[in-house]
Design a protein around this ligand. Structure first.
Ligand code: RB5
Length: 150
């Protein structure tokens, strides 16, 4: 499992906390930045870099961060094959994997503490997709993306 991570200028501290957490756990990751305070990045680009890493198969999951988590999730969900979930609670982070087969976790540095964020990272990365009736619904999302859901 390899994880793509990125953030805009509102979430560098949270990305660093998550990057160190992945490092400590020995989970491979690709850090698409930003890398330093003072650096600026408009949040759709953070989503773009992570989404592309998943689309190419280089990474299996993504974590994208901004002030609220909302902007990066809206942007990431414009990309084919990306199912991004903006989460601020444990249950959502778990069940967006189990039921939605989400491949990108979005969170906001300005709305949550790093302690909770790391818990959400852990449960998101460790919860398998349940498949079954949920696979039918994910297929419907994919049809919607292609403009084929009737
Ligand atoms: C940046 O100031 C802020 O707008 C952004 O991080 C995010 O919260 C947008 O959704």
């Amino acid at each position: 499992m390899k994880v793509a991570i990125a953030c805009d200028h509102a979430a560098l501290d949270l990305k660093e906390a998550i990057r160190l957490h992945l490092e400590e756990k020995g989970i491979p990751y690709h850090d698409f930045g930003i890398y330093a305070q003072g650096e600026k990045l408009d949040y759709p680009y953070a989503s773009l870099y992570v989404g592309r890493a998943i689309q190419s198969g280089d990474c299996d999951f993504g974590i994208v961060l901004c002030g609220t988590g909302v902007g990066v999730s809206i942007a990431a969900n414009k990309m084919a094959g990306i199912r991004a979930a903006c989460c601020g609670d444990y249950f959502s982070a778990k069940y967006t994997r189990a039921h939605n087969d989400a491949n990108v976790l979005c969170m906001g540095e300005r709305v949550m503490g790093a302690g909770l964020a790391l818990e959400l990272v852990d449960v998101f990365l460790s919860t398998p997709f349940e498949g079954g009736r949920h696979a039918r619904r994910v297929a419907q999302i994919e049809a919607l993306e292609r403009g084929e859901l009737e």
